[in-house]
Write a protein that binds this ligand. Structure first.
Ligand code: IMP
Length: 193
């Protein structure tokens, strides 16, 4: 069975592939949506990760006959009342780099002892513009005071995961996906498929 995924983020695509391998998505042929870069992206106007994932899955699935999934994910920091949340990718501005987003979240938390945070991921499955299901999961951790490690992407170097005794930036991808928001949400999708 061919399943398309709608992401232009190479960090995410790498993780999706690893997750499919790890969770026995063996019979599933995971491929990116052909021509994705040439398709105008829809505006992510949803107030939740699930709403944005659904909006993207419905939109992009109209460009293929195959099943397609899209994800939306981000970081929720308790002391920042859930920010950056659905704005995680553009927290420091529309074209913000990971380093700029990380600097902004560290500045917002400067001096704060309250450092609980979670990564959340919603994955929506659609075909021909119709939503078939949404799968959401999360991983709990703590915001560090400085970046540590060079694995992963985004806020990984700032996200301390207690059971591993280090940040996701210090965690090999194969290990991260077994506990991560994206790994667990995708595992739910794979079970459904
Ligand atoms: P999306 O592409 O709209 O889902 O935005 C996701 C953004 O949230 C990314 O650009 C990262 O900044 C952040 N994010 C989501 N998942 C992760 C993760 O696993 N590690 C680090 N940052 C993440």
């Amino acid at each position: 069975m061919i399943v398309r995924c709608a992401t232009t983020n190479p960090g995410k695509l790498r993780e999706f592939r690893l997750i499919f391998e790890a969770y026995g998505g063996g019979g599933i042929d995971l491929r990116p949506l052909e021509g994705l870069a040439a398709i105008a992206a829809p505006e992510e106007t949803g107030a939740t990760f699930a709403a944005n994932a659904a909006l993207k899955a419905c939109y992009y699935s109209a460009f293929t006959e195959d099943l397609l999934f899209a994800d939306d994910s981000g970081l929720e920091v308790e002391a920042l009342r859930g920010a950056p949340g659905v704005y995680s990718a553009r927290y420091a501005g529309p074209a913000a780099t990971d380093a700029e987003n990380n600097a902004k979240v560290l500045a917002a938390l400067a001096g704060s002892q309250e450092r609980a945070a979670r990564f959340v991921c919603s994955i929506a499955l659609a075909r021909g513009g119709k939503l078939l299901g949404t799968f959401t999961d999360a991983v709990e951790g703590w915001m560090t005071e400085e970046a540590r490690g060079s694995f992963g992407f985004g806020y990984d170097p700032l996200f301390y995961y207690e059971p591993f005794g280090g940040t996701f930036g210090e965690t090999a991808p194969e290990r991260k996906l077994l506990v991560s928001h994206r790994g667990k949400a995708l595992a739910r999708l794979i079970r459904e498929l």
